[in-house]
Unconditional design. Sequence first.
Length: 491
Amino acid sequence: MGGFPRFFEGCSLDLHGFLKALARRWVTVAVCLVLTVGAALAVTQLSTPVYAAGTQLFVATRSSEDTTQLSQGQSFSQARVQSYAAIVSTRQVTGPVVRDLKLSTTPEELASRITADAPLNTVLINITVRDADPKRAAEIANAVAASFSAVVERLETPAPVGSGREADAPPAVSPVSLGVTQQAVAPGAPVSPRPLLNLAGGACVGLLLAAGLVVLRETLDTTLKTSQALSELTGLPGLGAIPYDKSAPAQPLITAAAHSQRAEAFRKLRTNLQFAQVDDRPRIIMVTSSVPGEGKTNTSVNLALSLVEAGVSTCLVDADLRRPCVAKTFGLVQDAGLTTVLIGQARAEEVMQQVGNGLSVLAGGAVPPNPTELLASARMSEVLQDLANTYEAVIVDTAPLLPVADTIGLAPLAQGTLLVVRSSKTGRDQVRTATDALEQVGGRVLGTVFNMAAPPKGDRYEAYEAQGELPAPRLAAQQKKAAVVDLASEK
């Protein structure tokens, strides 16, 4: 992750991860799109239509037919035309228009609805007027053009020189004249609002808002989404990824659906566990989690069942003495079990219960007042060693690591630990704290189990199971004839 803080470990910040986050949080994207597009529709419906009428003026100079004077006049007009465009929205122009047309507005407000521009290297001035009434917009545009022409010609008319003008002197004339090249007409369609543009803008804003919310939620969400992110965070091998199955609460045991994806995932976990430590294979395996609700008991039970299915003699021990659930899962007796053995009231084989498929289960027994001391005692070590001498595998279901100290005291007695992590629920800090706690007491962590993961897409296991045996090969026409002849000869 380079310079990113540890808070971002396990985050996928690339484009692929971002697109997956969008797909995962599609509800957020849909809500943002509905809100922004709905707002765009509301603005479009509530907005008053605005029409734009335009007129065009041509600036000419009064000069002789001499070519030199014509060229100078053209240059003069082009130099002045930009200044003329700035006069269009002044009070000198808009005041007479308001008065002549008897408009219920002020010259300043009318000026805000007038725009004028002069294209470069031309002597043209384009005037545009916006109004809620298309006919009135055209009338105002034509009136503005007339008033503007009068104002410019008046400003360009030279003032008399001296005390007064002689009687026979010609009157002063403006060197420029403005002519209308295009009269304004009432527009047929409004320039605003634009429904398609508003909808497109609303959709773009919605996508940007959704992307920002998704990035924010992904940044603030410290839970783990993939087994790869879990392996990168802990540095431990991922021994199994158990897919989410909505039928699991009603049928927690894999024996109820032996050919499901979930059952196959536990078989893969069993195989990976058997090959993970070939040189020093553990026989006492503790199964725990960081916090409650991650499925550690379900993992313990089904891992034990899968080991028995493979012919491994297995004992399942319920060492969660605060919330024992193993006996309830199998419908066994809870009152006699591990605590009964630890206090010396019975031996393990006397309270061991059998499940129909050959699995031996040592229930938790009565809930003691001091579970931490019992699980960390020398007597607990003796019980586990005796079971390891009797069975090939001893699966120990324990309490979560972070809420209580029971599992920390039991971890050194086990030969290996499986850490169960629930997808999209367990936080990175919780997993990191749990692994650090196991390392501090010398616990041997074999790997992680990513529980309730998203089912793999495009998985063909069920299709493979449904297909059954391959169909018999079809005989060619000549082979069929030969077979018929052989049968006839046999008859």
